[in-house]
Write a protein that binds this ligand. Structure first.
Ligand code: PPS
Length: 284
């Protein structure tokens, strides 16, 4: 099978490479979440790896040695991938885990677990743009086509991990739970140090002022961009001449990509699909 195609798992498009139905089914039905697990959950391109870098730094009191010596996917494995599940199964607790999966495929053991969930969200127009560029250089993702074509696929959930709207609706339902913490890429951008403090509070981990400064410093775009363990420059499935994982790292880049008509079309669909969600986001 060609690499740049998707398979579907219960209706959700997923890359063909790196995933298997058996592994997904095991993860969903048998994988045991532990009370001291910290799980970062996000729709792709929402700032997942930024959060993982922040968590790794918080856990080591601002000391960058761990995040600069251990590859991201081994620090915080994606449990829906075959390799990630293996890493997770051999990970000594406390574990940092990651997933892009919609809530309905999250391990069923969650219902009996006190594991902490950090749900990272981002303006879906910026998610779209980031995904569009990533799909151009990541050789396990479907070719995105033109921006116009990709916009339609995105709004119809015909991209990896399915619809942004369904993902968000499934997860934000948990927002009143004490073990669920929702944070946006935009909040991280606006006040990284303040956001780190909030994350520490959620984790029940106190950092001294100089340690908060270190986390903020090492989680900055510039420093993370140079960290080979986090910037995916070593990833063989990416054509690095076509683009970088650490691309721009800004809010509002959609304005440089969508025409006024495309943005208005997006807004129209957004308003329709967001009816009854009852949460206001920084981009609303
Ligand atoms: S993935 O492939 O789904 O796991 O990607 P994800 O990590 O969710 O999102 C990638 C985007 O996050 C940006 N990024 C950052 N922005 C600001 N500061 C830091 N430290 C940072 N780290 C990653 C990354 O550049 C991608 O966004 P774009 O808009 O493409 O630059």
């Amino acid at each position: 099978m060609a690499k740049r195609t998707y398979c579907t798992y219960k209706g959700i498009p997923l890359p063909t490479m790196g995933y298997s139905k058996e592994s997904l089914s095991y993860m969903e039905n048998e994988f045991q979440l532990l009370d001291d697990d910290v799980v970062t959950v996000s729709y792709p391109k929402s700032g997942t790896n930024w959060m993982l870098e922040i968590l790794g730094l918080i856990w080591h009191d601002g000391d960058p040695s761990w995040v600069q010596s251990v590859f991201m996917a081994n620090r915080s494995p994606w449990i829906e991938t075959v390799d990630g599940l293996n890493v997770a199964l051999n990970y000594p607790p406390p574990r940092f885990l990651t997933t892009h999966l919609p809530f309905q495929f999250f391990p069923k053991s969650f219902l009996h677990s006190k594991c902490k969930i950090i749900y990272v969200m981002r303006n879906p127009k910026d998610v779209l743009v980031s995904h569009y560029h990533f799909a151009k250089c990541c050789e396990t993702l479907e070719e995105p086509g033109t921006v116009e074509e990709f916009l339609e696929k995105f709004l119809n959930g015909k991209v990896m991990y399915g619809s942004w709207f369904n993902h968000m609706k499934g997860w934000v339902k948990l927002k009143e739970r004490p073990n669920f913490f929702l944070i946006t890429y935009e909040e991280l951008q606006q006040d990284l140090r303040g956001s780190v403090k909030k994350i520490c509070h959620f984790l029940g981990k106190e950092l001294a002022s100089h340690q908060l400064d270190e986390v903020t410093k090492y989680a900055s775009f510039q420093i993370m961009k140079d960290n080979k363990m986090s910037n995916y420059s070593l990833l063989p499935s990416m054509d690095h001449s076509k683009g970088k994982f650490m691309r721009k790292g800004i809010c509002g880049d959609w304005k440089n990509h969508l025409t006024v008509a495309q943005s208005e079309h997006f807004d129209h669909v957004y308003q329709e699909k967001m009816q009854g969600v009852g949460v206001t986001f920084p981009w609303d």
